[in-house]
Design a protein around this ligand. Structure first.
Ligand SMILES: [Zn+2]
Length: 101
C-alpha cells in the first residue's frame, strides 16, 4: 500500500490518533509537538506498516528529512533507538547491549 493510500484510510487515522495521544514527543528530534506518525523502520525497508511498535510520533519536517532511512544523519539519538548507533559514515548499526537492566 502506498503512503498516500494508507494515510487516507480510517484505520490509519485511528492508529495515528492513538500514537499521538500517547505521546507527541518527536522520536527524531526529541522535542514535543509532533503532528505526524513515522515508521521507525520505513515500510520501504521492510518495516511493519500497521504495527504500533514500529510507529512513533514525529514532526512532519523531521519525518521528511528522514525519508526512507532508519535514522536522520547527525540527529540526537532518541530514547527509542538508543541501542542503535549512527556511525560517522551514516550507517546505522545495532549495538549489542552489554549492560544488564
Ligand atoms: Zn522533530
Amino acid at each position: 500500500m502506498s503512503a498516500q493510500a494508507r494515510t487516507s484510510t480510517r484505520r490509519w487515522r485511528a492508529l495515528r490518533a492513538r500514537i499521538l495521544a500517547a505521546s507527541d514527543v518527536c522520536h527524531l528530534c526529541g522535542l514535543p509537538g509532533a503532528d505526524e506518525v513515522d515508521h521507525v523502520v520505513p515500510v520501504a525497508l521492510g518495516g511493519a506498516e500497521w504495527d504500533p511498535v514500529n510507529l512513533a510520533p514525529a514532526h512532519g519536517g523531521c519525518n521528511r528529512r528522514k525519508g526512507a532511512r532508519l535514522h536522520m544523519p547527525a540527529a540526537r539519538t532518541p530514547m527509542r533507538t538508543r541501542d542503535r548507533e549512527v556511525c560517522a559514515d551514516g550507517v546505522v548499526r545495532m549495538v549489542p547491549r552489554s549492560r544488564e537492566w
